[in-house]
Design a protein around this ligand. Structure first.
Ligand code: HEC
Ligand code: HEC
Length: 397
């Protein structure tokens, strides 16, 4: 990552300075240099049917030991400035790694600008977070919750506490062994760089594809009548859902190891129109917040996967829709009309709205059936899979 890349992350001068001071070295994450031999136990992808092999950057190969180290770090509160919070504080397994809130609260009490996202199948996302094309790898993304100060403080590692944060790990013999096993050739394996690499490897291995829907697709079990009607509607011209929530991960932003061409579309779904000319709220304008041109970037967000959607309420980038029924009502109305309050405005008439929304034709019964279908996308085994669980919890080993 160079300074220009970081600027594109949407992070300002304060963060750039903090990162420079932290000596987060320049790394070309997608370098095509020969991959160093994976260390630790070998990695084998165990993928659900229909899931392609994820893309793995050449300079951060997968290994079982790295995945396990990353899992520990993901759950480790020592990885925050004041020791109160871990990645997992906002990404809870039982909620498919979301937090159940509209906005998340960081380690120093700041509210985040947007709603915490699932990390299920993030390996397949060519861009990370709700609307930022420059967050193009998990390694780049992980830096943000760790260090960012000018937006909302999340883990709150900074110039004052960075040495102390690393020392918490460096002074611990178990951590020394664990890092050394994964990064054996390095004089000081416990670095922020290697923390970022291990967490990213863990995230890449967090795969969800064993829902009722998946099993029915594979011929094991079947959907109820309502669920099946909902499924057919979901993929129909009448509902339009699958034109954006497409493919095995229900998103039109998907990449994998064999991708030759990766699309990175963003869309405006007509949730706001605060000035009558298409504006979204100033603190959450979407793509235009990091790419000021063209004007149509206003209100554009990445299509989130719908896997495990029944457990990730509230919905949308700002958590502003409470239930799936309400989401469907907004789609059926071709956008959201807010009739009073500071966010008043008719999103249905947002000039930047994706035109597909106007083709949607859904009766109350259709909406209920689609909701029934969406509920079949919950992967119960994923929500409790010990492989992804808190290694520090009393019941785990
Ligand atoms: C204070 C709560 C909080 C903490 C702590 C936190 N996150 Fe997040 N996470 C969020 C929010 C909010 C978003 C959405 C960000 C946005 O769109 O700007 C997010 C988004 C993400 C995404 C993007 C997922 C996608 O589909 O694009 C990943 C990956 C992620 N976080 C990983 C992490 C990791 C790794 C850590 C620890 C180093 C972490 N998070 C710590 C709240 C948090
Ligand atoms: C034009 C593309 C498009 C179409 C068509 C579309 N969606 Fe979406 N969907 C999106 C985008 C973009 C978001 C995120 C919007 C935001 O947060 O501002 C989203 C968000 C959602 C969410 C909330 C996800 C979350 O994690 O909060 C659900 C649920 C959803 N869509 C279901 C559907 C269903 C069901 C249909 C069909 C009736 C549908 N979508 C049609 C693009 C689309």
């Amino acid at each position: 990552m160079n300074r220009a890349d970081l600027k594109l992350l949407g992070v300002g001068a304060a963060v750039l300075a903090a990162l420079a001071a932290l000596a987060v070295t320049v790394v070309i994450w997608r370098s095509h240099a020969p991959a160093p031999a994976p260390t630790g136990t070998a990695w084998v992808w165990k993928l659900p049917k229909g899931f392609p092999e994820p893309f793995v950057p050449a300079d951060n190969p997968m290994s079982e030991a790295k995945f396990q180290l990353g899992r520990h770090l993901f759950y480790d509160k020592r990885l925050s400035g004041n020791g109160t919070m871990a990645c997992a504080s906002c990404h809870l397994q039982r909620l498919a790694f979301t937090d159940g809130k509209a906005l998340a609260t960081g380690s120093t009490g700041d509210l985040t600008a947007r709603s915490a996202m699932s990390i299920a199948n993030v390996a397949y996302n060519p861009t990370l977070t709700w609307a930022n094309p420059s967050q193009s790898s998990l390694e780049i993304q992980a830096v943000v919750p760790m260090f960012v100060e000018n937006l909302a403080v999340e883990l709150g590692i900074n110039e004052q506490n960075k040495t102390e944060v690393l020392a918490r790990f460096q002074k611990n013999p178990d951590d020394r062994l664990r890092f050394k096993a994964v990064f054996p050739d390095e004089a000081e394996p416990i670095s922020f760089m290697n923390i970022v690499k291990a967490i990213s490897a863990f995230e890449r291995g967090v795969i969800s594809g064993d829902s009722k829907f998946d099993r029915a697709q594979a011929g094991e079990g079947s959907l109820s009548n309502a669920e099946e009607r909902g499924r057919q509607l979901f993929y129909s011209e009448q509902a339009q859902c699958s034109t954006c929530h497409s493919g095995f991960n229900f998103s039109d932003q998907t990449m994998h190891a064999q991708s030759t061409r990766v699309e990175k579309p963003f869309h405006n779904t007509g949730l706001y129109n605060v000035d009558g000319q298409g504006a979204y709220p100033a603190d959450n304008p979407g793509l235009i917040g990091v790419m000021p041109q063209p004007a149509s970037n206003m209100g554009q967000f990445r299509v989130p996967s719908l896997r495990n959607i029944a457990v990730t309420a509230p919905y949308m980038h700002d958590g502003s829709i409470a239930t799936l029924e309400d989401v469907l009502a907004v789609y059926a109305a071709h956008g959201r009309n807010i009739s009073s309050g500071p966010l008043k405005g008719d999103g249905r008439k947002n000039p930047f709205k994706d035109t597909r929304l106007d083709k949607i034709q859904l009766s109350a019964q259709d909406r209920a059936d689609i909701v029934a279908f969406l509920k079949t996308l919950t992967d119960e085994s994923f929500l409790t899979n010990p492989r992804y669980a808190d290694p520090f919890a009393p019941e785990s080993h």
